[in-house]
Design a binder for this molecule. Structure first.
Ligand code: S3P
Length: 428
């Protein structure tokens, strides 16, 4: 795809796509509720379609209603064949936790990118709970599970900052013989915990400091949930408005769960102007309207490793912003960024360098020396949606034309991204 620099700022008001992380959990937990769950405003991207399809393959009754779905709760049944999770690791890892507690055999498979992602971190705790879990080459998908019920209770401390592994163990805990606890010293996203609490009125779930404990049994459900806007998608517009002179944007109803807002804090620290007006709460998740206005003069900052889990999906767009900021920006503790839909740590540095920025990887840190006047060029997205959107934003603030490879990959999380971009540029 060819992209030309923005001639004027991005202006307007939009609702970004519903939050992918929260939506996966609403579907999966909804399927486990005795009274089901109505989920309003589902994301339309490929990742959510994967979760819907896999749940249907497990006999879950779903009725699409407008942009939402009504899930009838009930028992999951053995599937007729392998369950295809597409590009979505959240689908695979969270459902692996659920299926570990079901006494039948399943195969969870995925596309080429998902098939390269680490799964031993998931298999180890699920095996400790008594499920048989096999992986291709002992490490990757497909994941073969023969579950059992009840599972053994488990108490672990996360040794990798993965909300997906934490969630898988907590979900498996619903099918264990006693309480299951996960301590999360990294502070990864806590949507599963919030939703377990909300759906069971706090009966199945207790949180004390870093430790989340789930008690086995049914979730009640029966209510309705509207999925708030995705801060990871909003991040591209926030970044764009901070980089393109004259921009003035209002984003409605964005999830501002504190485990996800590291990007907002970092960009504000760099000098970005982002105003937050608290809005309603949905299913235990806080939301806000975000107003972003361009202001000259971003400054480079150091983002310590402790902040990495709260901005891990936003690191590429934060690095793009850093290229325009004065001085050095160091994003530390990004080892996990190598294990996403692509090696995003190297991919971000390479894309920035292709546009003339001074960016490099040092250990697990991404270092960007700014400011640079970026120039268009050929940028390889590696077929990774978040790299594609980050470099599309860079292209808006660069000089000359940018050629993005495989821009269609944005489909998994933000199918309307390029359409939305042209509307925001047109509203003048
Ligand atoms: C997610 C957790 C994170 C994140 C991913 C979504 C989730 O992955 O990068 O986009 O919904 O739990 P990890 O658990 O692999 O860190």
């Amino acid at each position: 795809m060819r992209l030309t620099p923005a001639r004027e700022g991005l202006r307007g008001q939009i609702a970004v796509p519903p939050d992918k992380s929260i939506a996966h959990r609403a579907l999966i937990l909804g399927a486990l509720c005795r009274k089901g769950l109505a989920v309003r405003r589902l994301p339309s991207g490929g990742d959510l379609r994967s979760t819907l399809k896999v749940l249907q393959g497990l006999g879950c009754a779903l009725r699409m209603e407008g942009t939402g779905v009504v899930i009838e709760g009930g028992d999951l049944r053995p599937p007729a064949g392998p369950l295809d999770c597409g590009n979505s690791a959240t689908t695979m890892r969270l459902l692996a936790g659920v299926l570990a507690g079901h006494p039948f055999a399943v195969e969870l498979s995925g596309d080429a990118s998902l098939s390269a992602r680490p799964m031993r971190r998931l298999a180890i705790p699920l095996r400790a709970m008594g499920a048989a879990v096999d992986l291709a080459g002992g490490e990757h998908p497909p994941v073969w599970i023969r579950g059992r019920h009840p599972l053994k209770s488990l108490s672990i401390t996360l040794d990798v900052p993965s909300a997906q592994v934490k969630s898988a163990v907590l979900l498996a805990g619903l099918f264990a013989e006693g309480p299951t606890s996960v301590a999360d010293p990294f502070g990864t996203r806590d949507h599963t915990e919030r939703m377990l609490q909300w759906l069971s009125y706090g009966e199945r779930f207790v949180r004390q400091g870093q430790v989340a404990t789930v008690h086995p049994g049914f979730l009640e459900g029966g209510g309705a949930l509207e999925i708030p806007g995705d801060i990871s998608s909003a991040a591209f517009w926030i970044g764009a408005a901070c980089l393109v002179p004259g921009s003035d944007l209002l984003l409605h109803g964005v999830s501002v769960n504190p485990t996800r807002t590291g990007f907002l804090s970092a960009l504000r620290q760099m000098g970005g102007v982002i105003e937050e007006t608290p809005a309603r709460e949905e299913g235990g998740e806080p939301t806000a309207d975000l107003a972003i206005r361009f202001r000259e003069g971003l400054e480079g900052i150091r983002v310590p490793a402790e902040a990495a889990p709260s901005l891990i999906d936003e690191a590429p767009i934060l690095a793009v912003a850093a290229a325009f900021a004065r001085g050095e920006t160091r994003l530390e503790g990004l080892a996990e960024l190598r294990r996403k839909e692509s090696n995003r740590l190297e991919g971000t540095a390479a894309g920035l360098c292709a546009m003339g920025a001074r960016a490099y990887v040092e250990g697990d840190a991404l270092v960007v020396q700014g400011p640079t006047v970026l120039r268009g060029g050929r940028v390889d997205t590696q077929g990774d949606h978040r790299l594609a959107m980050a470099f599309a934003v860079a292209a808006l603030a660069a000089r000359g034309e940018t050629l993005l490879s495989d821009a269609g990959c944005v489909e998994v999380s933000y199918p309307d991204f390029f359409h939305e971009l042209s509307t925001l540029l047109d509203r003048r």
